[in-house]
Design a protein around this ligand. Structure first.
Ligand code: MF3
Ligand code: CO
Length: 274
């Protein structure tokens, strides 16, 4: 892949991306606060749709390759692309919420995994390890560094815990379109191109499985599940590469501030970055 094909953002484009990703964060956290035992996934999707409207943005997922939802809402063994519907969330579930929005022609995209009620410690460990791996990857999002090193760092980090990373779905560049160059896999070889440059905006989104990395697609043609139906976890940020520290455009507090060292999750209401 040629590094020269990856857009470099500055000026008004950067302001557009900052605004869209800030909104994507706001919609994600507001929506995730609604997640509780007894609510249906369709009701959560409808809440997100109303929240987007209220904030003057629209879903970047609805209609994308005919995707029928406003957000992706994926439970337990579902990895990504779950569609809201009648399924009711229960105590002990983990609920992955993925929000992509368009605002003024720019895209924002982010995701978290929300534990509901009393979740097994092994599952909380999976969530904490996945969020940890996202932040390990973000530390590699630096001007002059290689994308292969960033990608490699995700798989390398979660492998130590015996987890696997999904290969079929990857992160991506973000700009005026949801999926731009480059692809950002959660696995890779150290030293592989492209070279990262200040001004690149990347959606980094580890999808980490308790068991097999293998994926199946359900009959709805969208919902991706683990082949062994064991749990999967997903956290996503959009990160701008700068000449200094990486700038997380979808900034929020970490659900597990100490990583796997402390498996008590912060409630979603405490993830707002202010
Ligand atoms: N965050 C995911 C992605 O960037 C969600 C895409 S949902 C889709 O690919 F509907 F747009 F496909
Ligand atoms: Co994404």
């Amino acid at each position: 892949m040629l590094g020269s094909k990856i857009p470099i953002r500055s000026g008004a484009a950067l302001e557009g991306l900052r605004a869209a990703n800030g909104l994507a964060r706001d919609v994600l956290l507001a929506t995730a606060e609604q997640v509780r035992a007894g609510i249906s996934t369709g009701e959560v999707d409808a809440f997100a749709a109303a929240e987007m409207k209220r904030r003057g943005c629209k879903s970047a997922f609805l209609g994308y390759r005919k995707y029928p939802g406003h957000i992706c809402i994926s439970l337990n063994e579902e990895i990504v692309h779950g569609i809201g519907g009648p399924r009711v969330i229960a105590d002990g579930d983990i609920v992955k919420i993925d929000v992509g929005i368009e605002f003024n022609g720019w895209i924002g995209d982010n995701a978290i995994s929300v534990p509901v009620g009393k979740v097994a410690p092994e599952i909380l460990h999976l969530l904490a390890a996945t969020e940890e791996s996202l932040h390990v990857a973000i530390r590699h999002a630096r001007d002059g560094w290689m994308l292969g090193d960033l990608s490699h760092s995700v798989e390398h980090h979660v492998k130590q815990y015996g987890y696997s990373v999904v290969r079929e779905f990857v992160g991506h560049g973000v700009g005026r379109k949801l999926h731009e160059e480059p692809q950002v896999p959660n696995y890779g070889r150290k030293g592989d191109r492209p070279r990262l440059k200040a001004g690149m905006a990347l959606a980094i989104e580890p999808m980490v499985n308790m068991g097999t990395e293998k994926v199946r697609i359900l009959a709805d043609q969208w919902t991706a599940v683990t082949a062994d139906r064991k749990a999967s976890s997903h956290f996503e940020h959009v990160v701008l590469i700068t000449e200094q520290e990486p700038e997380v455009l979808t900034l929020r507090k970490r659900m597990f501030p100490q990583g796997v060292q402390d498996l008590t999750p912060l409630p979603v209401s405490e993830l707002w970055p202010r």
